[in-house]
Design a protein around this ligand. Structure first.
Ligand code: SF4
Length: 685
C-alpha cells in the first residue's frame, strides 16, 4: 500500500522545499513538492525529484571500510568504485570507532589538538546535524578550527557589514516588483522557485535585467542581458552609484538619516564613469546607461544578488557595492522593492551557544587553503583530517595541491559520506552516512526563511548512521562526553528554539521567523548593524587588502602561488557555474557522460577548435581534458566548465577546480574560482 510522508529538503539551496515522499514497501518511489507551500507550490527541482536514484545507487556506502593498501597509486583518473573495491575492506562500526578514536587521541597527545582538522561544508545537513555534536567533539579535542570560506564568505561579510543580515525581499514579493535585476545568479539551476515569481512580475509588466557572463535561459528572456566580464561586478556597481549621484537620483535625506560612510562610497564610485566601467566590464556603454535609467525610474525595483560576483579577488567589495545601490537611491519601503542576498539571518540562533559550548582558542585553517596547509603548515602539521558533509576534491580550489596533500602517507583521513566520492579514495577509513530522508534535522532556507522539520521517512541504508550518533559515540570513546550534554534531536531542538517554539514546531511541522515571511525592507525590518544604520564603510570591511571598493585588475591579482602566470599568457577567463544536475557536487555519481567546456565561436575559431572536439583547458596549476561545446552562450574571452563535476566527467580526471588558484578574496577570505585564467587548445588525436 503506497504511503506519503512529509519532510523538508535541507540541501544547500535557498528554497528549503516542503516535500512529499511516496513510499512503497518501505522504499522511496517518488518525491515531489507540497502543493500547500506558498513557495514550493507543488514542484521541486529535477535533482531531488530523482533522489531515489541517489538513495539506492550502487555507489552508496553501506558499511564502514578501512584502507588496505598505501596511497601511492591514488590518481584522479583511477577514481571510482573499482578503486574502492581494490583498496578497502569492510570493518565493523566498533572497529571503525576504535581506529578513529585511537588515532585522534594519539595525535592530540603527541602533536596537540591542532593537528586534527575537521573539514565539512553544507552537504545535506541542517541546523541539528552540523555545528552540533560534531563541533562539540572537535572543540573538546582542541582541534584546529575551519573557516568555511569556499562559498558565501565574501558576500556574507559584505552583507553583514552593510546591513547586519537584514532579511531581504521574499520570493513571492518579486511579483510586486516593477524591475527585477538578477546579478550573478541563475535561479533555473540554484533556487528554481524564484523563477515563477519573476515570470509573474514580467507578465505584470516588470522589466528584467540579468548580469551574467553567460546567456542563461533567464538572460535570454530578459529585457536587457549584460554579459559582464568575470571579476568586474565592482566596477559596474560603482559606476551605477556614481551615475545615480551625478544624475540626481541619490536620496540625500535617506543617506544622511539611515546610512553612514556614504562619503567614502561616493568618492570611490566617482573613479568609475560609465565609459570606464563599460570598457573594463566589456559591456556596451549604451546598455549600461539603459540599465541605470531603468533602475532610477523604477518604483519597486529589486536586486537579486547571487554568489557569482563574490568569487574573485574583488568579491567582497563587489557585493558591498551591489547591495549599496538600493540604499543610495532609497529603493526601499514598498513591497517588492529592495534586494535579496541571503535570508539566513531571519533566524538568529546558534546551537552551540544554546548548548553553552565554547570554541577553543586554537588556530583557524581557511578551507580554501587546505591543500596548502596539508603540504606546508608545520606548527603542528595536520595529522588527522575528518571529512564530512563535503567532497573537497570536487569543490575546493587548487585541486592538484589538495590531492598531493591528501596523498601524504602520514595523514590519517576519515571520509564520512553517503556515497564513494572522489575524496573517499584518499581515506584511511570510510564511514557510511545517512541522507536527509533517513535522519532528523531542521532546515531554514536562506532564500525562503521558513524553518521546516526534516523527518526520517525511510530506514537507513545498510549500516549508515547520522552525524550526531557517530560524533556522540566518538565523544564517549574519547572520554569527552559530559553527563548533561544535549544529544537527542528533541533536546537539541529545545535548546535551539526554546520549549515553546519547539513544541509549536512539533505540532505544525514548520515555523515563521519573528519578522514574518514577507517583511518589507526599511519598514518591517531594519539594519542589524551596531549603529542601526546601513554602514557602507563598516569597520569589519575596512581591512580589505586593496581598500574597500577599490578594484584590482587581473594583472594585479595577489597570489600565494609562484606558479600563477600573468593573465596575458592565459587570456580566457574560466567560470564554473552551477548546473541542473548537481547541488554543488552532490549527485555527481549519477552523471555518466563527460562534461564539456563551452567556448565562444570566435575564441574557438582562433584556436582551430570545432564543436565536440576534445580539447585541453590549461594553466600552470593544472589541465582539464574534455569535449568542447562551441556556442555563443558565453561571452567572448570567457570559457565555462560546470561546477561540481567529478573526476569521471573529464578525460584526465582533473576538473575546473584544478585550474582555480587558492588566492583569497578582498573581504571574507573567500574562494576566487572566477579568477582562473586559462588557455584552450585542441587535443592531438
Ligand atoms: S534542492 Fe532546492 S529546489 Fe531542489 S528540492 Fe531541495 S530545496 Fe527544493
Amino acid at each position: 500500500m503506497p504511503q506519503t510522508r512529509e519532510t523538508t529538503c535541507p540541501l544547500d539551496c535557498p528554497d528549503a522545499c516542503s516535500l512529499q515522499v511516496e513510499l512503497e514497501d518501505g522504499r522511496v518511489v517518488g518525491i515531489d513538492g507540497s502543493a500547500d507551500d506558498p513557495v514550493t507550490r507543488g514542484f521541486i527541482c529535477g535533482k531531488v525529484r530523482r533522489f531515489a536514484d541517489h538513495l539506492y545507487c550502487d555507489e552508496r556506502v553501506s558499511q564502514p571500510m578501512r584502507r588496505t593498501r598505501d596511497k601511492s597509486d591514488v590518481t584522479l583518473t583511477a577514481a571510482g568504485p573499482a578503486y574502492i573495491a581494490e583498496h578497502f575492506e569492510p570493518i565493523s562500526w566498533d572497529e571503525a570507532y576504535s581506529l578513529i578514536a585511537n588515532r585522534l587521541r594519539a595525535d592530540r597527545d603527541t602533536f596537540g589538538g591542532e593537528s586534527i582538522l575537521p573539514l565539512c561544508y553544507g552537504g545535506s545537513n541542517g541546523r541539528l546535524t552540523q555545528d552540533s555534536l560534531d563541533a562539540r567533539l572537535f572543540y573538546r579535542l582542541g582541534a584546529s578550527k575551519l573557516a568555511r570560506t569556499v562559498c558565501a564568505a565574501p558576500a556574507g561579510a559584505a552583507f553583514q557589514g552593510l546591513y547586519g543580515k537584514m532579511p531581504g525581499v521574499a520570493f513571492p514579493d518579486y511579483a510586486s516588483s516593477d524591475l527585477i535585476v538578477v546579478w550573478g545568479n541563475n535561479p533555473h539551476h540554484s533556487g528554481v522557485h524564484l523563477t515563477p515569481f519573476i515570470q509573474q512580475a514580467t507578465r505584470n509588466g516588470a522589466a528584467l535585467v540579468v548580469l551574467d557572463p553567460r546567456r542563461t535561459s533567464l538572460a535570454a528572456q530578459a529585457d536587457l542581458h549584460l554579459p559582464i566580464y568575470p571579476g568586474t561586478d565592482l566596477c559596474v556597481a560603482l559606476a551605477m552609484i556614481h551615475w545615480l549621484f551625478e544624475n540626481g537620483h541619490a536620496d540625500h535625506d535617506f543617506l544622511e538619516q539611515h546610512t553612514s560612510g556614504h562619503e567614502l562610497l561616493r568618492a570611490r564610485a566617482a573613479e568609475w564613469p560609465v565609459e570606464r566601467a563599460a570598457e573594463v566590464s566589456r559591456i556596451d556603454e549604451a546598455a549600461l546607461r539603459s540599465f541605470f535609467s531603468l533602475y532610477a525610474e523604477a518604483t519597486t525595483p529589486v536586486v537579486r544578488c547571487g554568489w557569482g560576483p563574490e568569487r574573485n579577488r574583488n568579491g567582497g567589495s563587489a557585493v558591498a557595492a551591489i547591495l549599496a545601490i538600493p540604499a543610495v537611491a532609497n529603493k526601499f519601503g514598498r513591497r517588492g522593492a529592495g534586494f535579496t542576498m541571503s535570508n539566513s539571518g531571519a533566524w538568529q540562533f546558534d546551537i552551540l551557544r544554546a548548548a553553552a559550548e565554547q570554541p577553543p582558542n586554537t588556530r583557524t585553517v581557511n578551507m580554501n587553503l587546505v591543500g596548502e596547509t596539508l603540504l606546508h603548515e608545520n606548527d603542528p602539521p595536520i595529522r588527522s583530517l575528518f571529512i564530512y558533509n563535503c567532497n573537497p576534491v570536487a569543490t575546493l580550489p587548487a585541486q592538484n595541491k589538495l590531492c598531493a596533500g591528501l596523498q601524504r602517507e602520514d595523514l590519517f583521513t576519515v571520509v564520512f559520506d553517503q556515497v564513494f566520492t572522489d575524496s573517499a579514495m584518499f581515506a584511511d577509513v570510510i564511514l557510511p552516512a545517512t541522507t536527509f530522508l533517513e535522519h532528523d534535522d531542521l532546515k531554514c532556507g536562506y532564500g525562503y526563511p521558513r524553518l521546516g522539520v526534516v523527518r526520517p521517512v525511510v530506514a537507513p541504508h545498510g549500516e549508515a548512521k547520522p552525524n550526531n550518533e557517530v560524533f556522540g559515540e566518538l565523544l564517549q570513546r574519547l572520554g569527552l562526553a559530559k553527563e548533561d550534554d544535549l544529544c537527542t534531536p528533541e533536546q537539541l531542538q529545545a535548546a535551539l528554539l526554546g520549549e515553546q517554539q519547539a513544541s509549536q514546531l512539533r505540532d505544525q511541522g514548520e515555523l515563521e521567523p519573528a519578522c514574518g515571511l514577507r517583511p518589507i525592507q526599511m519598514l518591517d525590518v531594519r539594519p542589524r548593524t551596531p549603529s542601526g544604520k546601513i554602514e557602507f564603510a563598516a569597520e569589519s570591511l575596512t581591512h580589505s587588502q586593496a581598500g574597500l571598493y577599490c578594484y584590482v585588475a587581473d594583472e594585479e591579482t595577489p597570489t600565494n602561488d609562484s606558479k600563477r602566470s600573468p593573465s596575458s599568457s592565459y587570456p580566457l577567463a574560466l567560470i564554473s557555474p552551477s548546473t541542473g544536475r548537481t547541488v554543488n557536487s552532490t549527485f555527481g555519481q549519477l552523471i555518466e557522460e563527460l562534461a564539456q567546456v563551452t567556448v565562444h565561436p570566435s575564441d574557438a575559431e582562433a584556436r582551430g577548435i570545432e564543436d565536440g572536439q576534445h580539447v585541453r583547458v590549461f594553466n600552470p596549476l593544472g589541465a582539464v581534458d574534455l569535449p568542447a561545446k562551441v556556442e555563443d552562450s558565453v561571452a567572448v574571452g570567457v570559457v565555462s566548465i560546470p561546477k561540481g563535476i567529478w573526476s569521471r566527467h573529464t578525460l584526465n580526471g582533473q576538473t575546473s577546480n584544478a585550474l582555480s588558484p587558492d588566492t583569497l578574496s578582498d573581504i571574507g577570505a573567500g574562494a576566487c574560482f572566477n579568477d582562473a585564467r586559462v588557455e584552450v587548445q585542441p587535443l592531438s588525436t
